[in-house]
Design a protein around this ligand. Sequence first.
Ligand code: MG
Length: 221
Amino acid sequence: MLDWNKIDTVLLDMDGTLLDLHFDTYFWLTHVPEKFAEKNSLTPDEAYREILKRVRAHEGTLNFYCLDFWSDNLQLDIAGLKNDVSHKIAYRPQVTNFLEQVRQHNKRSVIVTNAHRDSLDLKLEKTGLGECVDAIFCSHDFRRPKEDPDFWLNLQQHEPFKERSTLLIDDSLPVLRSARDFGIAHLLTITQPDSQQAPRETEEFLSVDDFADILPGKKRD
Ligand SMILES: [Mg+2]
């Protein structure tokens, strides 16, 4: 499904791609509403609906991914609350094996994430993911999310990559579209970003569920 001979750089999303999105889903849709309900004397359901309304209003923007923004908006210590449930941070299947194989085949591996630095640091600390890749870039450093095609131009100035020989794996379809608009040739999405939710139908992009299926050294059937 992938022609690894044509790929020399692998750009990798973190949440929902390398790591199970369940942590983030649980954090935002269960843990934060519970704390918001306690603080504002609401029922958990009222808190959930209020937070969903606020979150949806900022989808696709840098604020959406900014812990400082949400700490201020919700008047909660969001970074601190993440620590409470950090035991839920986990790899998706076969990720470390995949990253090891990518390295063994002399491909450059780079994490590109919309995650906030505080969230990134917590996840690196819990997983050791930082040791498995060559570089990590946060969209906050460029002041634009990956959904903005200019993000890739900014990235290229710090991490020179050739569009024709780069693979991006990302569970976000808007991000994949933005990368496609920029000219990145090889694009893959994730079938089941959150292990606790149903797999998705994604016809627009090729999709992978288990990284074992796309190992660089794997013989094609
Ligand atoms: Mg993601």
